[in-house]
Design a protein around this ligand. Structure first.
Ligand code: FBP
Length: 554
């Protein structure tokens, strides 16, 4: 029998807060339909691809007589993609609403992501099973996976499985790609008159599934608070020992929302923002100089320590580095990889590389530390491409900075000491106990998803808004997923996809950071957010992110 820690036990008892309008009991929730919607771009193309689910109205729930038709519901739920704190509460909220409506309703959980639906691998939830997972982190309630539901064949299998169980709806808890696929599946089900509805829920710690309708994805709050706690602790250690420069890489795949939020929470000396690197077309050398300037100025003031935050995806945003990666992929395509691997020494391999790269890319390659150079040729994905996300960019930048400082030392402009340490925070935050915000938000998303099902909606994303206010004032409803879509080039084809949100350089969170970073680069302006608090005053326990507060003008 697994040991349950005191915090875990206490969290199992926590009653998540619902939006005020969902607190009256299921029989007193009515729906208000808004205007018909349009996709954010490429309206004609998206309409043509989604003839049955396009243009539907936005939904808001209100207090009033529940007018949904009585119908036994058999709902399937899937957790898709990377873990994000709060996923269990989405399932719990969905289960509670479904059972509160009719105890004969059934919730099935398909195991290990979308593949569970295709393989008909599922469990049927009951109170005893669900109760163990309330307010806990992780996706281990049913597991998650990254199989994509995107082909007609897969949809046909999904329809068969749905028919076998008499499913009335499927809830897909996922990021932008998974919810794009949810929209395509919803359209397929509608076109084939299966009677199965599909509802999505916005998940990802990366924070890149947001738009004018979705204020934030769940998990971002807890993950960034967890990383910020750790970064704050490191800052305090740095400021105590005064001898190390810490280079901290944080997850977030492409977008820098996680890095930016952590910077707003902890006020480090440096934080790179990939979107800015791309906009300014910064080279590796320019980025290294930018960091070295902070190291240099602080050393001039007797502070040979500091903290720099590096977003996971930054190297892909450095134009010259992207070209280098593309050339390496080309250089090792097909049988050329075997030829390269057969070479016995790094010296021979280096000559092969020198021969195959353009002069410009070779110049970029040449300034990389040897460990990173070798990493570029070791870590390949199943298609043979360099796995950029595995590049230890925190080590790359500290090595480049070191080289810059040596040049400055020779020129007599730097006299400090530089001892770098490296960290990568990602998995540490993805399964943390959800903050009260994520526990409440996720439970509400799941509860609300069931209301959308009960009222017969298909192809909608569960939407809870007004999130910077107390939960009582949150607004519950739904938005057609097609509203968030545009056409993008993917694998050589134009595809309808939910537009991914990168950090906006004219947005309030970045602007705030930009206005303060020069001072933070030189001073020691660290802030220490501390651990997530679950019990205590609301101003400590129910804090949302700085990003959300700034976006909302608070
Ligand atoms: P999702 O987009 O599926 O939410 O995953 C986000 C993420 O945590 C990224 O931040 C990270 O780059 C990636 O997953 C890591 O994936 P994996 O766990 O498969 O290594």
């Amino acid at each position: 029998m697994a040991v349950i820690t005191p915090l875990q036990k206490a969290r199992l008892q926590y009653a998540p807060k619902l939006p005020g309008m969902l607190r009256h009991g299921i029989s007193e929730i009515c729906v208000k339909e808004g205007e018909a919607t349009q996709s954010v771009a490429d309206q004609e193309k998206i309409h043509a691809l989604f003839p049955n689910t396009y243009g539907k109205p936005e939904i808001t729930f209100e207090k009033g007589q529940n007018t949904s038709p009585a119908k036994k519901q058999v709902v399937g739920v899937i957790l898709s993609g990377g873990q994000a704190p709060g996923g269990h509460n989405v399932v719990c909220g969905l289960y509670d609403a479904l059972k509160a409506t009719d105890s004969a309703n059934v919730l099935l959980g398909f195991r290990n992501g979308p593949s569970g639906l295709l393989e008909d691998d599922y469990i049927e939830f009951d109170d005893a099973y669900i109760d163990q997972f309330r307010n806990t982190g992780g996706f281990d309630i049913i597991g998650s996976g990254r199989t994509k539901l995107e082909t007609e064949e897969q949809f046909a299998v999904a329809a068969e499985v749905a028919k076998k169980h008499g499913l009335t709806a499927i809830v897909i808890i996922g990021g932008d790609d998974s919810n794009t696929n949810a929209a395509v599946l919803a359209e397929y089900f509608a076109a084939h008159e299966t009677g199965v509805q599909v509802i999505g829920c916005p998940k990802t710690i990366d924070g890149d599934l947001k738009n004018e309708d979705i204020e934030c994805s769940f998990g971002f709050d807890t993950a960034t608070k967890t990383y910020s706690e750790l970064i704050g602790n490191i800052e305090r250690d740095a400021n105590s020992a005064k001898k190390y420069w810490h280079f901290v890489k944080v997850m977030g795949r492409s977008a820098s929302h996680v890095a930016l939020e952590c910077a707003l929470e902890t006020q480090p000396n440096v934080c790179l923002i990939s979107e800015e690197v791309a906009a300014k077309k910064m080279s590796l050398s320019q980025i290294a100089d930018y960091i070295a300037d902070s190291v240099n100025k602080r050393a001039d003031n007797g502070m040979n320590f500091g903290v720099a935050i590096i977003p996971e995806g930054v190297v892909e945003f450095v134009p010259e580095f992207s070209v280098l990666i593309a050339e390496i992929n080309e250089l090792l395509a097909g049988s050329k990889a075997d030829e390269f691997n057969a070479l016995a020494s790094w010296k021979e391999k280096y000559a092969f590389i020198e021969n195959g790269l353009t002069k410009e890319s070779m110049a970029v390659f040449a300034i990389l530390p040897e460990t990173i150079q070798q990493q570029l040729f070791l870590e390949r994905d199943p298609h043979g491409n360099v796995q950029v996300s595995l590049i230890e960019s925190e080590k790359l930048f500290s090595a480049l900075v070191k080289a810059k400082l040596e040049e400055r030392r020779k020129a007599g402009t730097y006299k400090g000491k530089f001892s770098p340490l490296h960290h990568f925070f990602g998995y540490e935050g993805r399964c943390a106990f959800p903050s009260n915000f994520d526990a409440d938000y996720c439970y509400s998303l799941g509860y609300n998803a069931f209301m959308l099902i009960q009222y017969g909606y298909n192809g909608y994303l569960s939407k809870i808004s007004n999130l910077s206010k107390p939960a009582e004032e949150w607004v519950a409803g739904g938005m057609p997923i097609t509203k968030m879509m545009n056409m993008e080039r993917r694998h050589g084809e134009d595809k309808p996809v939910i537009r991914k949100a990168l950090v906006e350089l004219d947005g309030k969170p970045f602007r705030f950071f930009e206005a303060n970073r020069e001072a933070w680069a030189v001073e020691t302006a660290y802030t220490y957010p501390g651990a997530i608090q679950y019990y205590g005053p609301t101003e400590v326990c129910d804090l949302t992110t700085r990003t959300l507060a700034l976006e909302k003008g608070e």
